[in-house]
Design a binder for this molecule. Structure first.
Ligand code: NAD
Ligand code: AKB
Length: 314
């Protein structure tokens, strides 16, 4: 990776990934793109272009202008929003994916896009979910993610594009807020704990989902992209995870830092149904074996850092 174009760069992942890649590869070599500009560091402190991922010509034009050799495709609608607007989600998630892959093919560029634990469904083994297993998701988001994984494999096999991807769990971070997912409660809970000492969860007690702190997610992307291609047999997309917990467990950890923190529940049936269709915890052995994936943050370490960072921010 020397010159990188990022789509959806002002979202939860992109706003931090852009800055980290600029530190490593140089500010001018990381081109942030999104639907519109805002005043974030990623938009202000380096190259930024407006790119709508549903517009192939626009994406290719910007990629050529900067002579990029890597495309990181992040723009997408997340699970809860996609469930509310399935047709819009199909058009954005699949149209954007095809255009980003076509851009990578045209520029002969390396390609990365994140899949998700949302690619799994209710018939997938729920515990220690294997890398290669049943994938029959029951959400529009999941259908898009499975199709995206297959398309990425197709572009590698048919056109020789160096496509790579991970199945991210819920990502927890304090820079940009999450964009409409099912796992967002695990971010909101920290904001509300620091601001008000209480949180009402839309996900029910006893619901386990995989999660990861953003610094580990960024390292995973960079390590996978830098990995020796000859050692990758899976490519699209690797299971990665750092922890799995239910709402009452994250609340108990927060209460160690914020005594008296109160968790209550007002379950949202739509997001609960999505969460119930996803694994309890996935197996990341293939990522560890093929490119040395590891996560530094567990629930306790992440909770200390999140609360410290949010106290400074809020
Ligand atoms: P996000 O919702 O925070 O950001 C998405 C960005 O895409 C936004 O800045 C939005 O403005 C932009 N966008 C929307 N429509 C666009 C368009 N037509 N053209 C250009 N940009 C457009 O999402 P995120 O959390 O940063 O997720 C990025 C990717 O990672 C997605 O593919 C998502 O499915 C995947 N992922 C995220 C998580 C997570 O927990 N955040 C977990 C698993 C997978
Ligand atoms: C979501 O909840 O939609 C995302 C994801 C796990 O893909 N955070």
């Amino acid at each position: 990776m020397k010159r990188i174009l990022i789509t959806g760069a002002l979202g939860q992942i992109g706003s931090e990934l852009t800055m980290k890649l600029r530190d490593i590869y140089g500010t001018d070599n990381v081109i942030a793109t999104d639907l519109k500009k805002n005043n974030s560091e990623a938009a202000e402190n380096g190259p930024f272009e407006v790119v709508d991922v549903t517009d192939l010509n626009n994406m290719i034009e910007v990629a050529k202008k900067y002579k990029v050799d890597t495309v990181m495709h992040l723009a997408a609608l997340l699970s809860a929003t996609a469930e509310a607007k399935p047709v819009f989600a199909w058009n954005l998630n699949m149209g954007g994916m095809m255009n980003a892959l076509e851009t990578a093919r045209e520029l002969n560029a390396q390609f990365f896009t994140p899949s998700s634990i949302g690619a799994f469904g209710p018939t997938t083994p729920k515990d220690n979910t294997p890398q290669d297993t049943i994938m029959r998701p029951t959400t529009m988001y999941g259908v898009n993610k499975v199709a995206g994984e297959l398309l990425s494999d197709y572009y590698h096999e048919k056109f020789g594009v160096d496509t790579r991807g991970v199945r991210f769990p819920g990502l927890i971070s304090y820079v940009a807020k999450p964009g409409g997912g099912t796992t967002d409660y695990a971010v909101e809970i920290y904001y509300e704990a620091v601001k008000n000492g209480k949180y009402t969860s839309y996900i029910d007690k006893g619901t386990y989902m995989d999660m990861m702190y953003m610094p580990d997610a960024l390292n995973a992307i960079i390590d996978l992209m830098e990995a020796d291609s000859a050692k990758l047999t899976h490519r699209n997309a690797f299971n990665v995870t750092a922890m799995s917990f239910a709402p009452e467990e994250i609340a108990a950890e927060i209460a160690k830092q914020i005594p008296g923190f109160v968790l209550s529940y007002d379950v949202d049936p739509v997001r609960q149904k999505i969460a119930d269709s996803w694994p309890n915890f996935i197996d990341a052995t293939a990522a560890k074996q093929e490119w040395g994936f590891k996560a530094e943050y567990d629930l306790a370490k992440m909770t200390k850092d999140m609360i410290e960072k949010l106290r400074q921010k809020l």
